[in-house]
Ligand binder design. Structure first.
Ligand code: AMP
Length: 591
């Protein structure tokens, strides 16, 4: 561990990436394979491989106390050292005494980490940490603590460790990256590199792969300028999720690579019985299921490969996405109430497959992946056999009555084709009319490139416009907004008169809503019971997906999916938008 720590000190001492990787490569090569493997994990700033869910669960406070105790210094002295270093590991390196017989191997540290992770209770864990640090030299303790707190702070990203492994054992960076990606274990990748077996790396399920990202475009023409063979999907406004499915088990990971399965208890049931192991990429969206309860809806009925186009009607038959704000209530929850499941159901709109039937699909062109995805989702599934239905062309279907008692829909995101900017524009308007954000335009010949933002996926989203509006009336909210005024009716100017144009429920923070509630209660003109007419002083900026003519409000227009972008305390009510501007936006939308 001394050599490891000294290598880290040398890495910290240079800002040049090439030098950093050269130091790591030299260090790895000088070690046994076992030690090099463990070191590669530590050098990535983790005690355990990424794919493992093991954590040490030692609180910062306990670590702090142990360092204070072993150093014989007062809490004040430790606090002063912390202010100097800003990092508990560095503090330990500074204040811990150098004693004879100190010194650990990397493998001993690895073993100790395992013991700490399995120990129950903070007292048992602290005892093991104390024992470990007692045997460590100060510089070893410095890096042990840095690893325990998850950040070495020596300017070494995992990508540099990959480069160093490639350099140390004479492989291409691509091969090393690939093995690390598949395994989620840079230690194992190191071992395979050292043994010349990188090609043997097999996909390990249940650790998230990187997500392929999209580049924005400014015009429909640009959307068709990068590649010849474009497939088009709606851009759903939800959260990206990668589903890992194997033998009845299923986990969902977010774009930040966090596991989010618990927040969506209705999805595992719907996915876990896929006939194959699979990794699917898609968007979780708050979903409005079609109204005709009891009807059987066809979910998967299109393939890209046979070039059938989705009609607008088919796309709408599946139901439609609800605004992101509805989904927001479902995020970050460990427990989801039945009421919430009923009131804010979700659907998983799947648009890609990264792994299926034991094969990694990343290098296949999207055209192939789309075909495989259709097959994976269309295959009969156990849970549906006894209560579901099969559609006319063997498509997967679900029964709306059944949906209420557990599973949500797994929906193959409908695919469209566009060969001209005009077609793209049409699809864009249709997508927004369905309540979606815009379009995704994808190159049918492109591979799946995890973690990369390239020109193979393009995103076309355009806020129709935003309006500055004046709040005229407010209502109490529902659910967790029950005691606060969170529903705002708002208006634009028609001459010197304010005419209402919409109502928005969301977009402000809890703190802002609390402040606004206080203000509205103090500035109520008329209490209508369920509704308070308020002084027209508050200006909001609202965004919306499109605008319709409607009798609902006295302006004669209504906004679809209005959402509050922000409060505009910088604006006076007189500065709000006018009905002329509303007409102009409406006219533009008709073109
Ligand atoms: P943005 O978040 O604006 O950068 O747009 C990219 C995001 O759009 C992706 O990360 C997905 O979460 C989301 N998205 C919605 N629909 C799709 C789709 N059909 N294909 C790919 N990404 C989509």
């Amino acid at each position: 561990m001394q050599r490891f720590a000294l290598a880290c000190e040398a890495i910290a001492a240079t800002t040049k990436k090439l030098q950093k990787t050269a130091i790591v490569a030299g260090y790895l090569k000088s070690r046994s394979i076992d030690e090099a493997a463990a070191s590669a994990i530590f050098l990535s700033g983790r005690p355990f491989p990424a794919w493992e869910e093991t954590t040490l669960q030692v609180g910062g406070r306990s670590l702090w106390q142990i360092v204070a105790e072993l150093s014989g210094k007062s809490e004040d002295e430790i606090a002063a050292a912390y202010r100097r270093h800003g990092d508990l590991g560095a503090v330990a390196g500074d204040v811990l005494p150098q004693l004879p017989d100190q010194g650990l191997t990397v493998l001993e540290v690895e073993h100790a980490f395992r013991q700490i992770a399995t120990a129950r209770g903070s007292a048992a864990k602290s005892a093991l940490v104390r024992e470990l640090l007692t045997h460590a030299s100060p510089v070893e303790a410095k890096y042990i603590i840095k690893i325990m707190t998850g950040d070495l702070r020596i300017g070494l990203k995992e990508s540099l460790v990959e480069e160093a492994i490639a350099k140390a054992y004479g492989h291409t960076l691509t091969d090393v990256q690939r093995a690390n990606m598949l395994l989620g274990d840079i230690g194992e990748a190191t071992r395979l590199a050292a043994e010349n077996k990188l090609a043997e790396a097999k996909m390990r399920l249940f650790h998230p792969l990187g997500f392929m990202l999209a580049s924005p475009i400014d015009s429909p023409a640009e959307g068709l300028s990068y590649f010849a063979d474009a497939t088009v999907e709606d851009k759903y406004d939800g959260i990206r999720a990668q589903a890992h499915v194997s033998e009845g088990e299923m986990k969902l990971f977010s774009r930040t690579r966090d596991e989010i399965t618990e927040s969506f208890p209705e999805l595992p049931g719907a996915l876990a019985d896929l006939p194959h192991d699979a990794i699917l990429d898609g968007e979780i969206v708050a979903w409005e299921y079609p109204a005709k309860a009891g009807d059987t809806q066809q979910i998967v009925d299109e393939t890209v490969s046979d070039k059938k186009e989705e009609t607008e009607e088919q796309a709408t038959n599946l139901g439609r996405a609800r605004p992101f704000t509805v989904l927001q209530q479902r995020l970050g929850r460990k427990k989801v109430s039945d009421k919430m499941l009923r009131e804010s159901p979700v659907a998983f709109l799947v648009f890609d497959v990264l792994y299926a039937n034991g094969e990694l699909m990343l290098d296949l062109p999207l055209r192939e992946r789309a075909r495989i995805l259709d097959a994976v989702l269309a295959a009969p599934r156990k849970a549906y056999n006894h209560r579901g239905h099969r559609g006319a062309q063997g498509s997967l279907t679900f029964d709306l009555d059944e949906r209420s008692d557990a599973s949500a829909a797994i929906i193959r995101a409908p695919v469209f084709r566009a060969t001209s900017p005009e077609q793209l524009e049409e699809l864009f308007v249709a997508a927004q009319a369905r309540g979606n954000e815009g379009l995704m335009i994808k190159d049918l010949n492109s591979p799946y490139t995890p973690g990369k933002r390239g020109k193979s996926w393009l995103k076309m989203k355009r806020e129709l416009a935003t309006l500055d509006v004046v709040v005229t009336a407010v209502e109490y909210g529902h659910g967790k907004r029950i005691g606060v005024l969170s529903d705002y009716t708002f208006a634009v100017w028609d001459g010197d008169r304010l005419v209402n144009i919409g109502k928005a429920y969301s977009g402000l923070t809890d703190v802002e809503i609390a402040e606004m509630t206080k203000w509205f209660l103090e500035h109520t003109i008329e209490d209508q019971g369920f509704r308070l007419v308020v002084e027209p002083k508050i200006v909001l900026e609202v965004a919306f997906n499109n605008m319709m003519k409607s009798d609902r409000h006295d302006s004669g227009y209504a906004l679809r999916f209005p959402r509050i972008v922000r409060l505009r305390p910088d604006k006076l009510p007189e500065d709000a938008d006018t009905i002329e501007r509303v007409r102009e936006i409406y006219g533009r939308q008709q073109k």
